[in-house]
Unconditional design. Structure first.
Lengths: 246, 179
């Protein structure tokens, strides 16, 4: 990597004495480019007549604002990243009472409660089993226990489901809700970045387009964004090849 | 205010020349130059400590020029100043006319470039500025500035050769050898 890209090696490919002379001739002896007497005074009169007030030189808020903004942006990016990372996302089925259910949605546990006969209940409909308060179920990724011999013979979806505490059921009802709002914000941010990248690509600024597409992909990876990122990078590489070939 | 006046006197010629080459009109260039220094006066407090104040001025002038060109609905015009003195190396009236028209054609071709490409090629080949300065004015990276200069050069040469023929660049090579 060149430490000083202004040196001869980096700009050698751009040297074109013919074009330089052509441009010098185009503006040679142009009276409009000569030093015009009184122009500085005219500019000063314009500045004074505009009524613009000079900003006072006080505490330099710009570095503080920049640092605060950068920290806030980094914190928001980290929060979004952790929210959508697999090990901590809501899509992964947590260990515990509902670990055997497949898919992101948690079915109604009441439908799957085993019909354990109760000695005290003599009616036709057996009462649900008593909840063992000593059991503590946690919604973290515990190491799954190996199936017993009985469980191995019975398929998982036919195995009796252990009871679940009502408090956990309340929490588990709508797993999508807590993350809905941040997910929409992230999608909007990614869409805005994609649009900015498209505008830069159309203007020929492939470097800015690549950076915008990459940032959009980091937030919301989609095939279209990946393709656009590749195209911007390809354009940038093509320019580099043309420069090196010329 | 005295310090700001000295700032104006120091940089106004360069900022004006940049605006003039961008919009190809002296009156509009002077307006853009004045607007640039109005913005500079507004942000004077933060500019004092900035070592690259001329880059900031050129960046603002460039952005103002691009905004102006977008609003301008008429076709780009070339100022025909009848009092212009033509180079004395071309003695005959026909040669003078040819030289004058050649300069106008080159300027017209420059106007056909995108504003940022025009800025890049003028700053690199005419003003002989380094790439990092061009990158600061165009608000892009070094690779982006180099890419822009490269694209602009090829486009401009293609436009000039289409208008004046391929001899134009051979002619300049011979002049360079004579010099």
């Amino acid at each position: 990597m060149l430490t000083n890209k202004n040196d001869e090696r980096y700009t050698r490919d751009l040297r074109d004495p013919d074009l330089a002379m052509l441009l010098r001739d185009a503006y040679a002896d142009d009276p409009a480019l000569k030093e015009a007497p009184g122009r500085s005074e005219r500019i000063m009169r314009t500045v004074l007549a505009s009524g613009v007030r000079s900003a006072p030189r006080g505490f330099r808020w710009a570095p503080l604002a920049w640092a605060t903004g950068s920290l806030a942006t980094a914190a928001a990016a980290l929060a979004l990243m952790f929210m959508f990372m697999e090990p901590f996302g809501h899509h992964q089925a947590p260990a515990g009472p509902v670990a055997n259910h497949s898919g992101p949605s948690i079915p109604r546990v009441a439908d799957n409660l085993p019909t354990v006969p109760d000695k005290k209940n003599t009616g036709d409909t057996p009462a649900p089993p008593k909840v063992d308060n000593k059991q503590t179920t946690v919604w973290i990724a515990d190491k799954p226990q190996p199936p017993t011999n009985q469980e191995r013979q019975v398929p998982p979806h036919q195995q009796p489901q252990p009871p679940i505490n009502d408090n956990e059921l309340t929490v588990a009802k709508n797993p999508e809700t807590p993350s809905a709002a941040p997910h929409e914000d992230a999608t909007q941010v990614a869409a805005a970045l994609y649009d900015a990248g498209s505008a830069a690509y159309a203007a020929g600024d492939y470097e800015s387009a690549y950076n915008a597409y990459k940032a959009s992909y980091d937030i919301t990876p989609t095939p279209d964004t990946l393709l656009a990122t590749g195209r911007a990078l390809e354009q940038l590489a093509n320019d580099e090849l043309e420069i090196n070939a010329s | 205010m005295v310090a700001f006046e000295s700032l104006v006197q120091l940089h106004q010629q360069r900022v004006y020349a940049h605006c003039y080459r961008l919009v190809n009109n002296s009156a509009e260039a002077e307006d853009l130059c004045a607007e640039t220094f109005v913005r500079a006066f507004q942000h004077l407090g933060s500019l004092h400590a900035d070592p690259s104040i001329v880059h900031w001025l050129l960046r603002v002038a460039n952005n103002l020029g691009i905004s102006f060109l977008r609003k301008r609905t008429t076709r780009p015009t070339v100022e025909l100043d009848e009092a212009r003195e033509l180079p004395s190396t071309t003695p005959t009236p026909e040669d003078q006319l040819m030289e004058h028209s050649r300069q106008e054609v080159v300027r017209n071709c420059l106007q056909q470039l995108q504003p940022k490409e025009r800025t890049a090629v003028l700053m690199f080949y005419l003003e002989e500025r380094p790439l990092d300065e061009i990158a600061k004015v165009l608000e892009c990276g070094l690779a982006g500035a180099k890419s822009r200069v490269h694209r602009a050069r090829h486009r401009l040469k293609a436009l000039v050769m289409a208008e004046l023929g391929e001899d134009i660049l051979l002619g300049t090579e011979e002049e360079a050898e004579q010099c």
